[in-house]
Design a protein around this ligand. Structure first.
Ligand code: DGP
Length: 121
């Protein structure tokens, strides 16, 4: 599967679609999820064309991988939820219900988040 540069997060990165920005640096952009599933629900995306963790972690240059994960941690600090705690989640592919094919990490927080996964069967 090839990266589709018309995906919604690519458009947000290019400034073609607005977002509620939380943080930005050379490696990553963080913004509020349009359909929040927690009081704090922020998406962090790398500045590069990667579909999911599978090709990001295996193909991206090391400085981007390090910069991206430092940005994720910085977002936690900027949101002041390091003490109270937060959860990171990244969906890859069909079974995980990935809906936007630009690698992204969900950051949830602001209150107790409950069990990690609901049992579906
Ligand atoms: P996932 O299932 O992991 O691919 O989650 C994609 C998330 O992206 C989902 O929680 C909703 C969010 N989302 C989709 N379109 C937009 C958008 O245009 N703006 C913002 N801020 N979030 C979006």
């Amino acid at each position: 599967m090839a990266y589709d540069s018309d995906n919604i997060f690519a458009k947000i990165l290019r400034g073609e679609i607005p977002c509620k920005k939380v943080y930005e640096d050379d490696y990553a952009l963080a913004f509020h999820d349009v359909r929040p599933q927690a009081d704090i629900h922020v998406l962090v995306i790398p500045k590069g064309e990667y579909i999911s963790n599978d090709d990001f972690s295996l193909s991206a240059p090391e400085d981007l991988i390090v910069g991206f994960w430092r940005a994720v941690a910085t977002v936690g600090r900027e949101l002041e939820i390091v003490e109270s705690g937060y959860r990171l989640l990244a969906n890859h592919g069909l079974n995980a219900h990935q809906t936007v094919d630009h690698f992204h990490v969900h950051l949830f927080g602001g209150h107790p988040l409950g069990p990690m996964l609901y049992k579906v069967r």
